[in-house]
Write a protein that binds this ligand. Sequence first.
Ligand code: F6R
Length: 615
Amino acid sequence: MCGIVGYVGAKQALEVVVSGLRRLEYRGYDSAGVAVVSDSVLVTRKRAGKLVNLESLLGAEPLPESTTGIGHTRWATHGVPNDANAHPHVDCSGRIAVIHNGIIENFAELRAELSAGGHSLDSDTDTEVAAHLLEEAVERAGGSLADAMRAVCARLEGAFTLVAIDSRSPDLVVGARRNSPLVVGVGDGEMFMASDVAAFIEYTRDALELGQDQVIELRADSVLVTDFAGNPVEVRAFRVDWDASAAEKGGYDLFMLKEIAEQPKAVADTLLGRIGPNGELRLDLGLPEEALRDIDKVVITACGTAYHAGMIAKYAIEHWTRIPCEVELASEFRYRDPILGRRTLVIAISQSGETMDTLMAVRYAREQGARVLAICNTNGSTIPRESDAVLYTHAGPEVAVASTKAFTTQVVAVYLVGLYLAQVRGDKFGDEVRAIIRELADMPRKVDIVLDTVEPVRELARQLKDATSVLFIGRHVGFPVALEGALKLKELAYMHAEGFAAGELKHGPIALLEPGTPVVVIVPSPLGRSVIHDKIVSNIQEVRARGALTIVIAEEGDESVEAWADHLIRVPVCPTLLQPLVATIPLQVLACELATAKGHDVDQPRNLAKSVTVE
Ligand code: F6R
């Protein structure tokens, strides 16, 4: 939440900063602003609304040339999204500009103290206190912005990334981080600081991963990182494994459409290099096999779509390993006193690796002695760094706020963990594991088939444009798929949508049905677990008998549903546990098309932001 960019080098800072903001806009789009230092004068421009508003302002009121600058795109926490609350915030003297991501929890008392001390605060934000505290601290620090930043950080409570520039140190950008993301980009005679590598990927792929409670001094040819006490600290260098084109729309109208289409490759990339020549799994989890054999409980924790991936994984992990598996919303996890111990494996799933709720769950689990394995898509992010082990999904950058390829790859990655556990522990015979892996390895092809056949879903979406409520039902792994379908529709089409375990309908929710209410039904394979299949076919009949418009997702060749489906969406034949990888795709397309038909901004839905870095 909130995107932050800082630049110092030889280029025009404004161009670098605005192009960085364009790539970070998915993190928040309530307002945007920039500041540069030119001829020892600080100049800012900021505007409520999307980046395009700031760009118009910059067209009307250009900034002077400068090679040092910062920029911010906001997801509002304190104060409505207006011009005054937009970042950067500036101190009374107009010397220091600061941008912020996170929440300064003790801002009210700091604000009262600053006001009593004669400072004039012009916004309703928590951030502005940092600008005025820096103003005072820089005087005390003999003019050193970095010393001032360390002193200010020591006074702040909560989560923050702060990045500041000072008109009296025109060649310096200073950043600080606690519990909020910040990475450094290392160029040739230029340096970058940003919430996410996407901001500087068109200039450099060399990056530095920062730790907690660190202050960064960025000059065109040097980076100095210290702790809050001023002691220099080592940071890990890494190379970003994707390039600028991966974060472009690449000919698609929407990032979401591009990311939906990328799923066959993303799923293949999650599997890449992880299957040995004899079909066995080769995972370098960084956890000793002895520890894996010792596990007596798995707890999966995540938020939103990642939580749905975790719900799906529970079915597979328990089925394959017979280890009890719980799935817990990360936002609830540490508040309910969960039972964790040395033999518990906690799997934290997060695309961004920065979701604050999930990060807090990770920390709590480790404090309780559990081992934490992160499943993550973002190299250099906080959750993998703070976990005992990590398995990257390698889905490539996901820019659309609504998660698509991250979800399918999370399911694959957590399945790999489940199968690996079964392999290491001997819960399944080698040939059984290999057979499932063969099926998994065939999924990119099957996802591709779904993508080739979803055109009728687009047409259906246009027909549903005026529906007031859409229900999704499924059983077994189809239940989390139903929840995911409903979530996508809520966040993109702003429609009332709910997902239910199909068997629960008759215990209450069936009262919601009115003639014509669309009900999307996820039907598992009739092969193998045919009991679930037969039960859900009965559920379709129940809702249809009450006037529902039935939209049925069923396997190719499953004739049993034909009589009850007003709309039938076919997916390739696959085992029930793998069906979410194909059944979710039409639901993503449905939500995307419905939102488009309603004229909504699909990539940047209202009130949302990708990477939720506040609790
Ligand atoms: C929904 C969506 C969110 C995220 C959730 C967790 O489409 O994208 O529900 O899944 O905020 O985010 P990560 O995976 O980054 O922890």
